[in-house]
Design a binder for this molecule. Structure first.
Ligand code: AP5
Length: 213
């Protein structure tokens, strides 16, 4: 099953994608995570990604399409995927259709998480991630242990693009370039709008109802 988790920054795509992947037994394909991995390697490509990410701008389509093409060719991605933060432009949506069609696959559903802007800002700016195990905390909603480190002992870091100024820029990019992609999927009746406000479990239950799992 191929599912797209759609929504603005901090809407809960990554949190819910992890839950859906263990339920559906398919991998999470998160372009933001893939770009951060590339950036962590210090490669030229990673440096190029960083130039856009640090400003809250979308990375140009071409390198994104290359990343996705490679990922979809991996053996673990042959039975479906949960796409998290991809596609974000009409060119990416068209390209994903074409790539999936090569293996006679198509998007089953687009789950569009809706969260008010001010809540998104709170969620993104409060996020802290463990640099050892990758566990995500939130300073208000899911605070880390009082030691200030992860329960595994790892150091907690804040994403450089999780400042209020950059989160608002990311949101504007979402409105200008990504939200129009919903129309592309709505024409085909693939979109379910999901209320993203509530506990992580409540939102997961809404997603599961939509998918019938
Ligand atoms: P990316 O990493 O994809 O960031 P994003 O889309 O802005 O989304 P986030 O990761 O910030 O939020 P999320 O919706 O996953 O929420 P999460 O579950 O983490 O992209 C970063 C950048 O990379 C982009 O700006 C762009 O430059 C580039 N990029 C990536 N993909 C691209 C593409 N396809 N094309 C071009 N450029 C691309 O939750 C956030 C916080 O809220 C967490 O702390 C979490 O614990 C908390 N939380 C989650 N759910 C709840 C809940 N129900 N209640 C309370 N707290 C909650």
């Amino acid at each position: 099953m191929d599912v797209v988790l759609f929504g603005p920054p901090g809407a809960g795509k990554g949190t819910q994608a992890k839950r859906l992947t263990s339920l559906l037994k398919v991998p999470q394909i998160a372009t933001g995570d893939m770009m951060r991995t590339e950036r962590g390697k210090g490669s030229e490509l990673g440096k190029e990604f960083d130039r856009y990410m640090a400003q809250g701008l979308l990375v140009p389509d071409e390198p994104v399409l290359t990343l996705i093409e490679k990922k979809l060719a991996e053996p673990e991605a042959q039975a479906g995927a949960v796409f998290d933060g991809y596609p974000r432009t009409l060119a990416q949506a068209n390209s994903l259709d074409a790539l999936l069609a090569k293996s006679k696959r198509k998007i089953f559903k687009v789950l569009a998480l809706e969260v008010p802007l001010e809540e998104m800002v709170i969620r993104a700016t409060g996020r802290r991630t463990c640099d050892r195990c990758g566990h995500a905390y939130h300073m208000r909603y899911n605070p880390p242990p009082s030691s200030g480190t992860c329960s595994c002992g790892g150091k907690l870091t804040q994403r450089a693009d999780d400042t209020e100024e950059v989160v608002r820029k990311r949101y504007q990019e979402y409105i200008d370039k990504t939200k129009p992609v919903l129309g592309f999927y709505k024409e085909r009746g693939l979109v379910d709008t999901i209320n993203g406000v509530g506990s992580v479990e409540e939102v997961e239950a809404r997603l599961r109802t939509s998918l019938g799992v």
